[in-house]
Design a protein around this ligand. Sequence first.
Ligand SMILES: Cc1cc2nc3c(=O)[nH]c(=O)nc-3n(C[C@H](O)[C@H](O)[C@H](O)COP(=O)(O)OP(=O)(O)OC[C@H]3O[C@@H](n4cnc5c(N)ncnc54)[C@H](O)[C@@H]3O)c2cc1C
Length: 495
Amino acid sequence: MNSHDTDIVLIGGGIMSFTLATILKELDPSLGIAIYEKLEDVALESSMVWNNAGTGHQALCELNYTPENADGSIQTKKAFAINQLYEISKEFYAHCVRKGLLKAPETFINPLPHVSFVFDENVPFLRTRHEQLSASPLFKNMVYTEDHELIKQWAPLLIEGRATDQRVAATRIEEGTDVDFGEMVHQLRDSLSKMSGFEIFTNHRAIGLDKRSSGWDIRLKDTKNGTIKTVRTKFVFLGAGGGAFPLLQKSGIPEGKGYSGFPVGGLWLICKNEEIVNKHYAKVYGKASLGAPPMSLPHLDTRIIHGKKHLLFGPYAGFNTKFLKHGSWFDFPLSMRSDNWLPMLEAGMRNVPLTIYLVEQVLMGMRGRMKKLNLYVPNANIGDWTEQFAGQRVQVIRRDASGHGDLQFGTEVITSSDGSLAALLGASPGASTAVDIMLQVVRTCFKERIQKDGWEDKLREMLPSYGFGLEENIQHFNEHRSKTAETLKIPFAAI
Ligand SMILES: Cc1cc2nc3c(=O)[nH]c(=O)nc-3n(C[C@H](O)[C@H](O)[C@H](O)COP(=O)(O)OP(=O)(O)OC[C@H]3O[C@@H](n4cnc5c(N)ncnc54)[C@H](O)[C@@H]3O)c2cc1C
């Protein structure tokens, strides 16, 4: 029985689906959009505040965006790109605040200095990173030091109890942010729910989808009463986080063949001692250990959740076979198919250091975790910290240019050739670049409407820096970044 028809169906109630729904409703308020979420509320998986680190990724402190070349120089291309992608996200947040779709900015985004901190053999790396990045207007305000005293002013916990002769280095930049993506999802849900043509269904799990001549029939199970219904739609977005991968397989589209996913779990140490929490006010990112996936950089983070400060350290990685925190132990084994087992095996053989790293992390107990924390907070005591699971990420495995399976750490948007289906796979840089990722979906799947219905102009109005190389246009940079910062109440220094 076709119980419901709608223009657009979004599977999954996380930041990606809500960003896409908001953009589409802004472009055409008459569109019918329905979001189906399998849990009892939205944003309970990766977008939930404790399941991610809430870093507004802008490459201000994350050292994985500037890999080192064999000659000691630094690759800056990715850092420049991510810096500008997050700016587009901030312009979207500012647009939503001005339109009343998001509430006061401090309810979901807060200014927080971003600090990189390294010691011993990594000091030259950070020095070169600073030299190269700060030559660009995008990173001009980044300050570098090797002075224990100055670092102590920036983040006392890093220096207290540390040997005075240990070589250390840090960079700091004021313009960093901490974001509560889960809160943002709830606010967008509330605003969209007041619009005609928008519906949200929780406790509805997508269990299958069938291609029709124009569009899709989506099979959904009501997890409360067990009934199954089918929804007919012209366009479907699989924004189900780790759950997108099995649904992509079920869609049977040729573009989804050969992909597989590798789950990596996360765990934080959370500080229980308010005195220590109040001593720290920054996001401090260090350098990843050998074999660690790029998103496992150790970081000591202030989080601001509903106006209250918290402190966490991690993430420690872990392996389990679930694709979602609320997933099934069978997710990983059941994802194996004739078209993806070989790439999976090849990716495993090519990533031995990652496997060793994961085994080490899984076997690590609380004492081992404290040892890692003590590298960053020498005075940390076991009694002040407690463990808490973070979200689950699914890394993409696909064939590379040589045809061999490779593990990817980015995100990938897969679209059907007729543009009626898009799926988001992968994990990084994540929620911070949701707007750019969802714009890719709009550009690919709504190409005709962009040209025919003036969507390009509307997008420019919403996101003035979209498609603009800010680095080459200082006037534009100053004008738009300062407007965004003013609306979001975050710092901005003109250049
Ligand atoms: C440990 C960790 C730290 C991170 N830190 C950061 C950070 O600092 N900054 C950053 O920008 N990003 C970070 N990320 C990444 C970020 O959290 C994710 O990229 C982002 O939240 C993904 O949003 P999403 O909407 O795709 O997925 P999710 O928020 O996971 O939403 C997917 C939704 O789909 C639902 N679903 C699944 N299957 C089905 C189905 N079959 N039917 C219906 N619904 C379904 C799920 O229940 C869920 O609600 C981090 C992630 C992790 C795990």
